[in-house]
Design a protein around this ligand. Structure first.
Ligand SMILES: [Zn+2]
Ligand SMILES: [Zn+2]
Length: 479
């Protein structure tokens, strides 16, 4: 009896200790996704509570009025202002400059530094980026990065807060205008919670967006060249609209326009126009493949001012540990896509039958058949040259005299060393294989040039293990 009590008590104590221990650890630094189940995505998609579909009866209850106000009042001020306040050149130049400053706050700061940890930034640079990013009025670093990490982790699923599968306008702006239809998939941001700059920005966020979004640009234009209203309208409101839609394009345009040079599993794409619109975030196919790389564009001539900014900061000693994926792995991705496209081209062409597809015919049958139709043997294959005799550039007579004969030597240089194109074309006239005609030394002549290098799936390649069968056959023959 006592043993039963003991055996009961022991596991209970142990379980308590373990749970207390794990609780202590979890309270400190444990990432939020430490013990999510392996089937997290499918389980969540099935069981998560979602908001009802938006309809005429409920749309006013489903709107996100804060975002809606920011995203409608700002352009309204900009449009009204543009019609009533003349644009001075100093204000125009400053507005463009400030567009890049606040844009970089998002691309170099929020995105590449904090959401992806693509490099390390010194404290002064971090404060600069946190303030510049606040001037773009897109939420705090922590909120933004949490959503963006979910976007990468659950790309093209309903757990991606700006899922491109739901359409261009949804991923561009729609997702912000209504209350989130479901909670974005789990993504850990415990590293960001520990960062003093991020905590500082979070605490002062409202002051910062007003200060950096409107007060600073207005004051600069006012004190600089006496253009208070121009500063407010152009460097404040109009510039903010451009920054908003520029960065929104990373979620919409970058998942819609362009090529997929690294992977075509998901929607992200590379395009120069997207790069132009987004301060260099347009090489989004690369970015989703190699998200921790500080670059989006890997070629020097591609437009990626965010990369150039980070690089210059590193030269000035403000940034360090710029991460780059190994070039070897980047090239593998590119090659995979190139081979895939070549394979599609290859499958779109008609190829010559090989010896397994053709009847094997002995010399006597070949001779007999050649009296009825124009057959020529070349490199062990029997070809029906009837449709080609009149087209032969060297003249009909050269083919006619080879009918019923082996023209291998004549074809491969004895009379004329035929081109690759000629050899490829010849292979399309194959109708049979001559029994015993595949002598050694003809190997490269049996395979038409266009088929010597081909794109094959791994399942079509003979594996090194397959040779064991051949070896046992060989031994069998010897035996
Ligand atoms: Zn994306
Ligand atoms: Zn990203």
């Amino acid at each position: 009896m006592s043993s039963v009590v003991t055996s009961r008590a022991a596991p209970t104590n142990e379980a308590t200790t373990v749970s207390q221990e794990s609780k202590v650890i979890r309270d400190k630094d444990t990432p939020i996704d430490i013990d999510i189940p392996d089937n997290y995505v499918s389980w969540t998609l099935k069981n998560q509570k979602v908001r009802p579909p938006i309809s005429w009866d409920n749309w006013w209850k489903e709107l996100n009025y804060l975002s809606l106000s920011i995203l409608t009042i700002t352009p309204a001020i900009a449009i009204y202002g543009a019609l009533t306040v003349p644009l001075r050149w100093q204000t125009a130049v400053f507005s463009v400059f400030y567009y890049f400053v606040t844009g970089l706050g998002i691309t170099a700061g929020y995105h590449r530094l904090w959401a992806h940890r693509a490099y390390n930034a010194s404290k002064p640079l971090q404060y600069f980026l946190a303030m510049a990013g606040a001037g773009a009025v897109e939420g705090s670093i922590k909120w933004w990065s949490r959503g963006h990490r979910a976007h990468h982790r659950y790309t093209d699923t309903l757990l991606d807060p700006y899922n491109a599968q739901e359409g261009f306008w949804w991923s561009h702006i729609g997702w912000m205008l209504v209350k989130p239809r479901r909670k974005p998939g789990v993504a850990d941001v415990s590293d960001l919670s520990k960062n003093e700059v991020i905590r500082w920005q979070h605490r002062w966020y409202r002051t910062l967006i007003i200060g950096m979004g409107f007060v600073l640009p207005t004051v600069v234009c006012w004190l600089g060249w006496g253009d208070f209203w121009g500063g407010y309208v152009y460097a404040g409101a109009a510039r903010l609209c451009f920054v908003h839609h520029s960065t929104f394009c990373v979620n919409s345009l970058a998942h819609w326009l362009g090529e997929t040079p690294f992977d075509d599993k998901h929607t992200p794409r590379d395009h120069f126009i997207t790069a132009l619109c987004t301060v260099g975030e347009g090489y989004h196919n690369f970015h989703h493949q190699f998200p921790m790389d500080y670059r989006n564009a890997i070629k020097w001539y591609q437009y990626d001012p965010t990369k150039w900014f980070i690089w210059v900061c590193s030269k000035l000693g403000l940034a360090s540990h710029l991460k780059q994926f190994p070039d070897n792995e980047v090239k593998k991705g590119q090659l995979t896509m190139q081979l895939k496209r070549l394979r599609e081209k290859q499958e779109g062409l008609t190829w010559a039958p090989d010896s397994n597809d053709l009847p094997v015919v002995n010399w006597d049958t070949f001779q007999e058949q050649a009296t009825k139709r124009p057959l020529v043997v070349i490199a062990g294959f029997i070809h029906d040259v009837g449709s080609f005799m009149d087209e032969h550039p060297g003249g009909r007579h050269l083919i006619a005299k080879m009918i019923g004969k082996d023209g291998t030597t004549a074809f491969f240089g004895g009379v004329y060393d035929h081109s690759n194109a000629a050899h490829n074309l010849l292979s399309m006239m194959r109708v049979g294989v001559l029994h015993g005609g595949m002598q050694h030394g003809l190997d490269d002549k049996r395979v038409p040039p266009a088929q010597r290098l081909r794109v094959a799936r791994y399942t079509e390649l003979s594996s090194p293990y397959a040779s064991s069968t051949a070896a046992s056959d060989y031994e069998g023959m010897l035996g």
